[in-house]
Structure formats: C-alpha cells, structure tokens
Design a protein around this ligand. Structure first.
Ligand code: GLC
Length: 704
C-alpha cells in the first residue's frame, strides 16, 4: 500500500475524518433516534461518522467485526478503522493495578502482563492500548496514582520500556500484539493538591529532570502513540502546547509517531480559557501537531474552513493524516482490517487458565509485607477468623479493569476456607466476639472501594475510610489474639493511627483476578513476599508531598537543629519509605565496595555488595543502588535510584551482587537543560530500601 498515493485520493473532508475518534455505538446503534443523541452532542452528521479514522473502546471481537464491516461497506476510501482502548493491567484476566505491579520490581513480570493483555485484547479486536501510564506521582490524594509506577523516574523509565516491549512484542503487525500509547504527556501527576484535572506548574528543569523519564523509556522502546494530558504546561494546555509537543516531544525526545488527545481535551482548551471557540481550538491543535482528536469533533467541523481561511494549510493536515495512515499500515490493517479479532480465539484465550496462573504469580510478587511482628506466615492448622469488608468481596480488580469479569474472582473467604482452618468469617457487621475469641489469629481484610481511586477519584483524606480505623481499634480493644491487616487500596494510605494496633500489615493494593489465592499463599508461607513500595506512605496527609529523592535544601533536618526543615508536630520521614518491603527471610548486607574510588569519563566502576539470606527458607531480595552528587550546577537529590536487582537466595546463601556504574548514571540536566556530568565527589548507597543504606564515596573526573 503506497500511502502517498492513497493520501492523494482522499478529499479534504476524508483526510480530516482520519483525525477523528468516536465511540463504537455510533455504528451499531439500531435506532437513528439514539444515534442522533450522541451525534447531536458531537455536532456531526451520520455521514461524518463514516469518515472517522478510529474507534474509542470496543467490547468484543463480534462488536469490532460488526463495526469494521459496517464502516467499510459504506466508506468510499475503504481505509480501515483502528480500534483503541484502555488495557491498563489486563483485558479480561486482570493483573495487579500498576502501583502494585511496579512493587514487584520485576521488569519481566511487567513485560509479561503487557504481553498477555495484548493477546487477550487483540483477539477482541483492539489494536492500540492507552498504556503504559508513566505519570510520576508524589501525591496520594490524586486518584490516578493507582495507574502509575510510583514516585521514581528511573523505575518509570525501565517499567515503561518493559510494558511497551510486552504490548508490541516482535511487531504490531502481528495478530497477538497491540500498539502502546504512552500517557499522559506531560506532568499530569503534579495536579495541584492531588485534585484530578487541576492546574500543573513546574519548571522546564523539573520536567526534563524527572517528568519526561517514563516517556523516554516508552519512546525509546518504540511506543507508537503518545497521549496528551488534560493539564496546562506554562499556562498552555498540553494538547495544543507547541513547546511540549514540538520542541520537547518531537525534538528532545525524537518522537516520530502519532499524538492523540485525551478525552475531549482539545475542546477543553476553551474551558481552560485559552481558546475562545472550537474553530480556534481546532486550528491550535493542528499547529501543535495533534494527530487524533479523541471523543470530540472540532477538527471535522472546522478544519475545512480553516484551510479555506488560510489559518492552516492542507499540507499540515496531510502530515497529520500520514502519521495515522502509517500507524494503520504498521498495525497490518490494510492487509487485514480485522487483524487479531477472532470470536473463536476470544473464547479460548480470554480469561484462560494459563493466563490466570500467570496472574497468580504476578499478584504474589506484587504484594508488599509492611509489618510482621512474628505473626506471618501461619500454618494451616491455626484457627483463623477472617473479618472486614473484603472478607467476602470479589471486587479486587481495581480501577481500569472495565472488561475484567470480577464476578469470577474468588473471595478471600472462598480461598481461606479451602486453604486454612477458617473458623469464623464476618464482613464487619455485628461481630460475634465469642466466635472471634475462639480464633488463634484474626485477619482483618480492609481497604478502599475500587472507586475510591482512579480517574476523577481524588481524596483529601487518605486514612482508611468507612470507619475501619474504629473497627480495627474496637477489635484490638476487645480481643487479645494477634491481628493481621490485609489492605486493598489504590493509593498510599495514612496508616499511622492503626499501625501499632496490628501485628502484621499485608499491602495487596488491588491484586486482580487471582488476588485472593495469592494472599492465601503468602499468609501460609507457600510464597515468600518480595515486593517493595514504589511510592512513599506518608504519616499524614499534611506531609504531602513526601518522597525519597528530595533535595538537601539549605537547612536539612537535624535532630538538634532548631532552624532546619521539619515539623513541630510530626516526624518528617514517611511511615513506610520508597523501596520498603519485608520478607519472611532476613537479609544481611556486607562488604559494600567498589573497584576504584576514582572514575574517569569513559571508565566503569564495578560496585559490589555481599548479601546473605540468614533464614532457612528461599527468598527474593530487591537490592537497590542509589547515588548522590555532592556538588553540581543545580541542587541534586540526596539519593536517586540508579539500579536495582531482584535476586533469589537459597537458605543461608550469600551472593555477591554487582552493579556497573558509568557516567551515564551520574548525568543530570542543568539550568539550560543541558545533560551533563561534572567532576567531583559522589556517594553510592546500597540497601533493601531507600532508608537503610550503606554508603561509599568516589571521585569522578570529567577529563578523559
Ligand atoms: C480518560 C483518561 C485516559 C484514557 C482516555 C480514554 O479520560 O484520562 O487515561 O486513556 O480517557 O478512555
């Protein structure tokens, strides 16, 4: 298919149509009257929808086949539609939410989750997923932290690349692969006060130093689309921000693919008060280089006039359309407009046992043990009481699991009845304390609802909701047995009020289709927990933002310093820090050393540490390596993650873990946005989390 020849055959209207994305029901709605509703809302005719280029969301292979068939039968140019949807942590088989998945610190799992998601979604006729979401997050009030990889830019980069590899595999033309759309460009995670869609304000230095990292990881891994964010950057909505989309995305990040808006974000430039009408907004979108307008129809209603008025030229539209045609060609749609859609395969593959087995192993590696006062693991003879709002609740898939069959999920009580000596189950209403007292151990399954986080679901209070703190304290006051707390939540919570009332805390986030079995296996010790937090848990909402890689300031905290950076009424450190997570093993770090205490520009430093598993069971440890640049052109974080290794240890085994450090690990952006490294003193730190670290220093010499 020669796309230049094809482009020349298109009318201006048909070209503009390729830049529009509409929902599928416009094509398969039986009665015109209903059609007229959404069409009227969009302000377009029925004829217009047969010019559209892409579809937002699809629910099955049959639905995709029907829409594509109806469209191609009526379309003059026969350019296939491309189908896009939010496959964030699974399609039908649901994996842990990204904030949990990232806690596995296991890139292979992130890649596998994306690959399985692609297999299931592609059989349902989806060719593009709006993932990975790589927004850096430091504010758990924001509902969308659940979709992110957490507060660290280095992890965002590595995990974004892993997921793009998983989705796109050996080519997006293959039926089982789908194109990745990395989002939300850019800095959406800085929404002020944690309120979704709120104002964002950051320096270009902060943008380059921290907030572009995940996008760089995804783009360098070959992501085919980038989605713009709802927020402004330097006062201009990202969706029409020429600096962001042209200088930064196309320029600095060397991105050559398709740019798609977020839902109605082009039209919202009017609400932002930056464009006064749809015509102006449409023209601005073209000048900024926005290829596809999601869910509104400003382009198709205005761009023909804009060309006639000379506010844009047709060549600009040609360039935008060519990106979309290239995407469709890369996805193999010109060869087969139905690509991966298969009603038969959908029945076999979607929610298949083999995928559920993988979902179990992923969930097991994504659950973080935050506290364990000699309670876990328990043996299966121990008499267990399981109480609380998640005792009988299957809804543990979390936000953005719109297609997952949560009714198929086992509940904790389903699984615990099978695996343990479960003597009492109660969802938290009207507890029978006599039965409770007959148990050896009380497990309280608490947390947020799935809708307490996710898009547009920000919260000002991040304590356990629905009076669960009171519930836990009442149980503590009226019983004497040890209590284990199982948490289901989409954000770091303020657990400071109850952390001392329980003997163990198992952070499950939203663990997905096989969450209950994963939790049982961990509680019984069949699996040794190995996950680590990728987002700090604050002691109070008043502490936000609290994150590990903060700058030194001119007056860093000092225990005896009156005029230093701290709170009069609260410990200034997080309750649980970035990188923190316990195991049933205990690991010892010795002999932290490096091959040289001097490093030159083109040399490498071998950094080693001896780690010993001091326990009689197998366990995995995430060994983390951080760096601190003592003096630079701009202030640098006291510690910044530059590498990690997740390693399995046999009982009593010692392994020497080696890292390679080069100048690339030391680089930073200066005030002129130049990537640089300077001669000087650096510290390296190694440990099981961002707080318990051993340190060594070396000198870097820029001169070759
Ligand atoms: C939503 C979200 C975005 C999602 C898109 C399509 O508003 O911001 O993450 O991909 O719309 O559903």
């Amino acid at each position: 298919m020669d796309l230049n020849v094809l482009l020349k055959t298109l009318s201006l209207d048909e070209k503009i149509g390729q830049l529009m994305m509409v929902p599928p029901h416009l094509f398969i709605q039986s009665s015109d009257t209903e059609l007229m509703g959404p069409l009227k809302a969009l302000g377009i005719s029925k004829a217009d929808i047969f010019k559209t280029g892409s579809i937002l969301g699809i629910g099955s292979a049959q639905e995709m086949i029907d829409v594509q068939t109806i469209y191609l039968e009526s379309s003059r140019h026969k350019i296939p539609l491309i189908f896009m949807a939010d496959i964030i942590h699974g399609y039908e088989t649901i994996f842990p939410v990204p904030l949990g998945l990232a806690s596995s610190f296991n890139e292979d799992l992130l890649e596998m989750v994306a690959q399985i998601s692609a297999v299931e979604a592609s059989t349902a006729g989806i060719q593009v997923t709006f993932a990975p979401m790589v927004d850096l997050v430091r504010d758990p009030r924001w509902g969308r932290v659940v979709e992110s990889f957490g507060e660290d830019s280095y992890l965002a980069k590595r995990f974004a690349a892993a997921q793009v590899r998983g989705y796109q595999g050996d080519g997006v033309d293959k039926p089982e692969n789908i194109a990745a759309c990395v989002k939300h460009f850019a800095a959406y995670g800085l929404s002020e006060a944690g309120k979704d869609y709120n104002t964002v304000d950051l320096s270009r230095l902060n943008l380059f130093q921290n907030y572009l990292s995940g996008f760089k990881g995804a783009i360098d891994a070959g992501a085919k689309l980038v989605m713009t964010s709802f927020n402004i950057f330097e006062g201009m909505p990202a969706t029409i921000n020429k600096y962001l989309l042209q200088e930064v995305l196309r320029g600095s990040l060397n991105y050559k693919g398709t740019i798609i808006s977020d839902y109605a974000s082009l039209k919202e430039t009017i609400t932002h008060g930056v464009k006064s009408n749809e015509y102006e907004a449409a023209v601005a979108g073209v000048h900024a280089g926005l290829n596809i307008e999601m869910a509104t129809a400003l382009y198709i209603k205005n761009l023909k006039d804009a060309v006639e008025n000379g506010d844009i030229i047709e060549e600009q539209i040609d360039a935008l359309v060519m990106d979309v045609l290239k995407l469709k060609k890369e996805c193999g749609l010109f060869d087969n407009p139905y690509k991966g859609a298969s009603i038969e395969k959908e029945k076999q593959l979607v929610h298949a046992d083999v995928h559920l087995d993988k979902a179990l192993s992923v969930a097991q590696e994504s659950i973080v043990l935050l506290k364990n006062r000699d309670l876990l693991p328990i043996n299966n003879q121990t008499k267990i009481a399981l109480i609380g709002r998640y005792a009988n609740n299957p809804n543990m898939n979390g936000p953005w699991s719109w297609h997952g069959s949560k009714h198929l999920n086992n509940t904790l009580s389903d699984v615990f009845k099978k695996d343990m000596n479960l003597i009492y189950v109660n969802d938290g209403s009207n507890l029978d304390y006599e039965k409770l007292k007959a148990a050896d151990v009380i497990l309280i399954a608490s947390g947020e609802n799935e809708k307490d986080s996710g898009e547009a679901h920000s919260k000002a209070n991040i304590k356990l909701p629905y009076n669960q703190e009171g519930f836990i304290k009442a149980v503590r006051d009226r019983t004497t047995q040890p209590i284990g707390l199982l948490l289901f939540n989409g954000r770091p919570l303020d657990l400071s009020n109850i952390v001392d009332d329980v003997d163990a805390i198992v952070e499950c986030f939203f663990p997905g289709s096989m969450g209950a079995q994963a939790i049982s296996n961990i509680i019984l010790g069949k699996v040794n927990p190995s996950a680590k937090l990728t987002m700090s848990f604050p002691r109070s909402v008043g502490q936000i933002p609290v994150y590990y890689n903060h700058l030194p300031t001119g007056r860093p905290f000092h225990p005896h310093g009156e005029y230093t950076s701290f709170y009069l009424d609260l410990d200034h450190t997080p309750l649980f820090p970035f990188g923190y997570g316990l195991s049933y093993c205990s690991f010892k770090y010795d002999n932290f050393r490096c091959s040289n205490n001097r490093l030159k520009m083109n040399e490498t430093l071998i950094v080693s540490v001896d780690v010993t598993n001091r326990s009689n069971r197998i366990g995995k440890e995430v060994i983390q390596l951080y760096v601190h640049d003592h003096f630079a052109e701009v202030s640098r974080p006291l510690k910044q993650l530059i590498d990690f290794k997740k390693v399995s240890f046999n009982p009593y085994e010692t392994k020497t873990i080696e890292f390679i450090v080069t100048k690339d690990n030391l680089q930073y952006y200066d005030g002129n946005l130049n990537l640089r490294v300077d001669s000087g003193t650096f510290s390296l730190m190694v440990g099981p989390n961002s707080s318990d670290l051993q340190k060594l220093e070396f000198e870097f010499f820029k001169e070759v």
